[in-house]
Design a protein around this ligand. Structure first.
Ligand SMILES: Cc1ncc(C[n+]2csc(CCOP(=O)(O)OP(=O)(O)O)c2C)c(N)n1
Length: 373
């Protein structure tokens, strides 16, 4: 295995002095190492992977130095446009080291949302003309890859990608913990209250643990899964899926359970909800202040005023709640679009399972239930 400290040392040798990206569970230990060892203004968690490429490009323009951009391979889609139309040698030719966590590597068991992306990760890089190497798990192999990367950056000055397999980085125990905030509810408790109050509603839940928790809550309560759409991939898009359903099924109330990282990733979607103004949509953002599902790296949700943003975008009713009682009360509002921010503490049950049905089964069950097939 490669220790995050060793890898960081190699990046230092390359002259990399700025880090930005969106966290990934495969890169969790590297992300924790960066958080402990790089000042906050040199390691910036970006809204999405495309934003990270932009930020990295700005760093290079301002300093002439090479930045590093980290992401899960599911973020390659977000990054593709600025990689091809900004950093590419056919455009501005901007050097950067991309560090990409390889979920769904062929032959390694992973969740369904990672399978296709895993299969095409290397071919996507080849198609985009981005040279890459798979990070070996021994230091000698790592040194060789960095030699190749260094030569490429010197000779070409364009992006180079390092693809990271599962279990390549050894454990790093974070010293700087994300600040806890003593909110009464956990995400799972909040979702449980929402399901108990919204018996007749259609649910669309966001990527990560929120969907897994919703699935388990249904099992625990003997309820079926056929009014839930679990957005297992497509981080940041659940509110738009919910909007699409809400606009076309005005007879049903649609509940979107979103995360703060996901809302921030594609915040522009809120403007479409506000402009379309479906009365039957309630957009709930469970705010734990972190990317809990991939290791608890902070989002900026506690530093910005998302309540104010939703209001000024034009959501008809906006609430921020901190207690179970306040949450139950806010759910009584039927005049949408509603934006409901639920403040919770971070963390999840350690024995949290995963959906037992496939995404295709989930989709068919929902569509049958609402009568669209
Ligand atoms: C485009 C994309 N980038 C990154 C990821 C990896 N990822 C999965 S869940 C998650 C964190 C989601 O954070 P948030 O929405 O705040 O929900 P929480 O996990 O805190 O409940 C991330 C970064 C992804 N699935 N897709």
């Amino acid at each position: 295995m490669i220790s995050p400290a060793y890898f960081y040392g190699k990046l230092n040798d390359l002259g990399v002095g700025f880090f930005t990206g969106v966290p990934d569970s495969l890169l969790k230990h590297l992300c924790s190492y960066l958080k402990d060892n790089v000042p906050d203004d040199r390691n910036i968690i970006a809204a999405n992977e495309g934003c990270a490429v932009g930020l990295a490009a700005g760093y290079h323009l301002a300093t002439g130095k090479v930045p590093m951009v980290y992401m899960q391979n599911s973020g390659m889609g977000n990054a593709t446009n600025p990689l091809l139309s900004l950093a590419d040698p056919d455009v501005y030719n901007i050097p950067m080291v991309l560090v990409i966590g390889w979920r769904g590597e062929p032959g390694v068991h992973d969740e369904p949302q990672h399978v296709k992306q895993g299969k095409v990760t290397c071919t996507l890089l080849e198609t985009m003309g981005i040279p890459y190497g798979i990070l070996p798990s021994d230091e000698e192999g790592c040194d060789k890859l960095f030699e190749t990367c260094c030569k490429h950056l010197k000779d070409n000055g364009s992006p180079f990608a390092i693809v990271v397999r599962k279990d390549t980085f050894s454990e790093y125990k974070a010293e700087r913990k994300t600040e806890e905030q003593p909110f009464e509810m956990s995400r799972e408790e909040a979702i449980e209250i929402i399901t108990s109050k919204e018996k007749e509603s259609i649910f669309v839940s966001t990527t990560g643990m929120a969907s897994r928790e919703l699935y388990e809550i249904r099992d625990r309560n003997g309820e079926s899964h056929d009014s839930d759409f679990l957005t297992v991939g497509s981080m940041g898009h659940s509110s738009q899926i919910a909007l699409g359903i809400a606009l076309n099924r005005p007879d049903r109330r649609i509940v979107c359970i979103d995360g703060d990282g996901a809302v921030i990733m594609h915040m522009g979607g809120m403007s479409t909800i506000a402009a379309q103004a479906p009365k039957n949509l309630i957009h709930i953002m469970i705010n734990n202040g972190v990317h809990d599902s991939v290791g608890g790296q902070p989002t900026v949700s506690r530093e910005i005023d998302i309540h104010g943003i939703a209001q000024s975008m034009g959501y008809r009713n906006v609430f921020t709640v901190k207690t179970k009682e306040e949450l139950e009360k806010a759910l009584e509002c039927t005049s949408g679009p509603v934006f409901l921010q639920v403040m919770v503490h971070r963390g999840n049950r350690k024995d949290l399972g995963r959906p037992k049905s496939t995404p295709a089964e989930n989709k068919t069950a929902l569509m049958k239930n609402i009568g669209s097939i």
